[in-house]
Design a protein around this ligand. Structure first.
Ligand SMILES: [Zn+2]
Ligand SMILES: [Zn+2]
Length: 334
């Protein structure tokens, strides 16, 4: 039985601490207890840190991109102790009109771990069994952490169909933009990825088949435009560069007003999609397929791994905006 559970608790924006958070001795019905091994710091963790998500709850245990091992099975033994799992961190109500239509990603009463309820930057986290997925054998845990952010891209790409040789522009080279660029490239697209940050562009140079540079390199029209920067100018650029008959898929979360060129979109018969999170487990399973088949493509996305005790440095690095994915490693002495 576990007695000591250290968790990263944020009390109010910019004020967080690693502290002891007791966990119930008994695992609730239909939950399993996961011993967390690796956690990925996501843009939404940074938004919770900065205090820019209006519906975020404080205090809350941070973190939602989680890989670990089942420490205590659920009562119905759907999972067994020792299994390696990842967590689907959005808990749908299952009852609203959208859930009943099978659209749990846009559930009206969705609870998001690490944002509106306690997440899993902690030694242990209890998770409903419906939100756990067993990791394929032999998959590196650090790579498995990417299943959640990659599932976001897998879901977005289901809206469109990238054919061999089609042109794809990806605006923004944060984690989601990098993952979008790699996936579009693997699907046969001719990818141009842009960012305003030179360090991120330097990272993109590892991917020889992906052309990268500053936003000004996007001079043509593209069959598919993926907006992953989440700023008004980048959304407007996406509308500007879509080819007649092409698609814009917006996955960046944009604050502020965007000028929507309705006339151009109508006259060019273009399609604009929004896409949020994923369908579980199918988008995670497809993400696992890509991670398993192309580990060398995805591993470079992980820029730095910090032990849990160095959470402040880890967040500082992630907040710099100059790196790919930053991971926390929970496999330290307790
Ligand atoms: Zn995330
Ligand atoms: Zn619902």
């Amino acid at each position: 039985m576990t007695t000591n559970n250290q968790a990263l608790v944020i009390k109010s924006p910019q004020s967080f601490n690693k502290e002891s958070v007791p966990i119930h001795p008994e695992v609730k019905e239909n939950n399993a207890r996961v011993k967390v091994e690796f956690g990925g710091i996501c843009g939404s963790d940074l938004s919770v840190y900065k205090g820019v998500i209006s519906h975020a709850r404080y205090p809350v245990v941070m973190g939602h991109e989680l890989y670990g091992e089942v420490a205590e099975a659920d009562k119905h033994h759907l999972f067994t102790k020792g299994q390696k799992v990842v967590v689907q961190p959005n808990i749908a109500c299952g009852e609203c009109d959208l859930c009943r239509k099978g659209k749990k990603n846009i559930c009206r009463h969705k609870v998001s771990l690490g944002v509106t309820d306690n997440g899993g930057f902690s030694n242990y986290v209890d998770v409903p069994v419906t939100n756990l997925l067993v990791v394929p054998d032999d998959m590196d845990g650090k790579l498995a952490v990417l299943a959640e952010p990659l599932a976001v891209v897998v879901h977005a790409f289901r809206k469109i169909s990238i054919e061999e040789g089609e042109s794809v522009a990806v605006i923004g080279c944060g984690t989601e933009g990098m993952l979008s660029s790699i996936l579009a490239n693997l699907l046969g697209g001719e990818v141009n990825a842009v960012d305003i940050n030179q360090e991120k562009l330097d990272m993109m140079k590892r991917f020889q088949d992906i052309h990268s540079g500053s936003p000004s390199i996007l001079e043509e029209e593209y069959d598919h435009v993926i907006e992953a920067a989440g700023t008004p100018p980048s959304v407007e650029q996406a509308f500007d560069i879509v080819k007649p008959g092409g698609n814009v898929v917006i996955i960046g979360i944009t604050d502020g007003d965007v000028h929507f060129p309705a006339r151009k979109i109508v006259r060019s018969d273009a399609t604009v999609f929004g896409s949020i999170i994923y369908d579980f487990p199918k988008d995670f399973q497809r993400a696992f397929d890509f991670l398993k088949n192309y580990p060398d493509m995805f591993t470079p996305i992980i820029s730095k791994i910090y032990p849990f005790s160095d959470y402040e440095a880890a967040f500082e690095t992630a907040l710099s905006g100059r790196v790919g994915k930053v991971l926390l490693d929970f496999n330290e002495e307790e």
